[in-house]
Design a protein around this ligand. Structure first.
Ligand code: C2R
Length: 184
């Protein structure tokens, strides 16, 4: 049973992941997270909201998220990326931050802003533009209590390993080719 705060509505939407990006300019990168959530058939809702430009809206989304049935928040932002940390400040849900490469500092500004959270308010930070990993981490969090999803993750990792084995075989062929005597 979800905790009920006075005056707050509970409205379960059956979407497990709330995705927020600081601007629509983050969309090309953020789409990669959505593609991975689609691959695992995870329901999500997506919004543009900014801790700087639409502070009240960003706070409202984060404060409402667990009442709406979300389990994880993914937040992507570039530049002085305060968004993920501000969302994390007002939600009990885990927040995964994606530093977006959006300025002359090529994502380092966002990386530092997201990863260097003060003690007490963690944000799980993935690589610069690492939207796919953000989705995978969200799915792994959801998989903690969902055996079917965990099984899908096991299959996914097997598939990754098979792809590496195929790459290794191709490289072996190239190496054999290079090692053939030249003027045979
Ligand atoms: P524009 O392209 O709209 O100028 O945004 C966005 O995530 C984007 O990467 C440039 C960059 O600013 C970021 N942004 C933040 C925040 N709001 C927008 N870092 C925030 O509240 O942290």
């Amino acid at each position: 049973m979800l905790p009920v705060e006075e005056g707050r509505e509970i409205f379960l939407k059956n979407n497990q992941v709330l995705v927020i990006m600081g601007s629509d300019s983050d969309w090309p990168i953020m789409q990669k997270a959505l593609a991975t959530l689609n691959e695992f058939a995870i329901g999500y809702e997506v919004h543009v909201a900014s801790a700087h430009r639409t502070t009240d809206r960003a706070l409202a989304l984060a404060r409402q998220a667990h009442y709406d049935g979300f389990d994880v928040i993914i937040a992507g932002a570039g530049a002085a990326a305060h968004l993920p940390g501000v969302l994390a400040a007002v939600t009990p849900l885990p927040v995964i931050g994606i530093p977006i490469n959006a300025t002359a500092l090529q994502g380092l500004d966002a990386l530092y802003a997201i990863v260097q959270m003060p003690s007490g308010i963690p944000v799980a930070t993935v690589a610069i533009d690492g939207a796919k990993n953000a989705a995978l981490l969200a799915i792994q969090i959801l998989g903690v209590k969902d055996n079917a999803l965990r099984q899908k993750l096991i299959e996914y990792k097997k598939q990754l390993a098979e792809e590496v084995a195929i790459k290794d075989e191709k490289i072996q062929e190239s190496v054999r080719e290079m090692q053939k005597p030249q003027n045979a």
